[in-house]
Design a protein around this ligand. Structure first.
Ligand SMILES: C[S@@+](CC[C@H](N)C(=O)[O-])C[C@H]1O[C@@H](n2cnc3c(N)ncnc32)[C@H](O)[C@@H]1O
Length: 311
């Protein structure tokens, strides 16, 4: 077996360890296990009473971690599931609260680099893009089921594509079925010529991937539950890689920090809002230039940390 970093090189690793681990015998849940780079490093730091839970929706990630070595005295368990079900997974293992939860969003290098998974426009592949190949709809199915309006909305909202209606029509009215990355590129070429820049193709692929895996709703469902599953002073660490995700995380922490959400002109508070989190670092943490040099895929990463302040 190749090394864990052959599967995926963990991003902002030291920063995650520094801010997430509040108790070396605590319980930690890595909800986006991938190659286990973060969880394996957490396992090196934690003691015999610690419990570590690794969740991933991709069965390949779970299999990889089950077959790899964790040097630790802590108890480590893995579960294949979406992270919006992390509370169910914890309950299944008899865990009523954790001291730290990590989300390292997006896809792993293993998924991107594996041509069969269809995540990249740079190689010829089936348009699959499912993080869990057991899920019902691949990107090909999603595109063929979507109406032109739905596709345009996804291209606009998840890919920030200008004139998404024109692009959606070009894809939906394509003269041949769009089953592979080349089909999609050829189809777009028949509308735009061969002038589409790689960054636009990357945005189109990002938009389809987000839709196929319902990524932003997954994140919102997760955030809606996370306070209830953290122990007092427990920490939440989230690494995001694009502004759509980061905005959701940032707004969540800002709202969770607020004492009152009554209209400003109201003389006294009636909302009875409870402060749930406080941010631990004022701004998002970014990778150093050195890390970006060593691992270019880290360049867009932003890490936000919050701590539970109310029971
Ligand atoms: C960037 S990788 C994580 C890499 C990991 N931190 C490491 O060091 O190896 C993201 C992982 O999250 C998983 N993932 C993404 N969305 C998920 C979701 N909603 N539920 C569970 N896993 C998810 C992906 O399948 C992928 O394996």
């Amino acid at each position: 077996m190749s090394s864990a970093s052959g599967y995926h090189k963990p991003v902002l690793l030291n920063e995650v360890l520094q801010y997430l681990i509040v108790d070396r015998n605590g319980r930690y849940c890595d909800c986006t296990l991938g190659g286990g780079g973060h969880l394996r490093a957490i396992a090196l730091l934690t003691g015999p009473q610690a419990v570590l839970i690794g969740i991933d929706r991709d069965p390949d990630a779970i299999e990889w971690n089950r077959n790899s070595t964790y040097s630790t005295n802590s108890k480590v368990v893995f579960s294949q599931n979406v992270f919006s079900n992390f509370d169910i997974v914890l309950r299944e293992h008899g865990i009523d609260g954790v001291d730290g939860i990590l989300l390292d969003l997006g896809v792993s290098s293993f998924q991107i680099d594996n041509v069969k998974r269809g995540f990249t426009y740079m190689k010829e592949s089936e348009l699959d893009m499912r993080m869990n190949r057991g899920d019902q709809l691949s990107a090909t199915d999603w595109v063929s089921n979507a109406s032109s309006d739905e596709l345009a909305s996804v291209l606009e909202n998840y890919g920030e594509i200008r004139n998404p209606v024109r692009m959606a029509k070009a894809i939906k009215n394509c003269a041949f079925p769009v089953r592979t990355s080349s089909d999609l590129k050829n189809c777009l070429a028949s509308e735009y010529g061969h002038s589409l820049k790689p960054d636009i193709l990357a945005k189109i692929f990002q938009a389809l991937r987000i839709a196929v895996n319902d990524e932003l709703n997954e994140l919102k469902r997760f955030l809606g539950k996370v306070h209830g599953s953290l122990r007092e002073n427990g920490r939440l660490a989230i690494i995001s890689y694009h502004s759509l995700e980061d905005r959701i995380v940032k707004d969540f922490i800002r709202d969770a920090e607020q004492k009152c959400i009554c209209p400003k002109e109201q003389p006294y508070c009636t909302c009875k809002k409870v402060v749930q989190f406080k941010r631990i670092t004022k701004k998002a943490i970014r990778p150093t230039e050195e890390e970006i040099k060593q691992n270019p895929r880290s360049r867009s990463a932003r890490l936000r940390i919050a701590q539970k302040v109310h029971g």
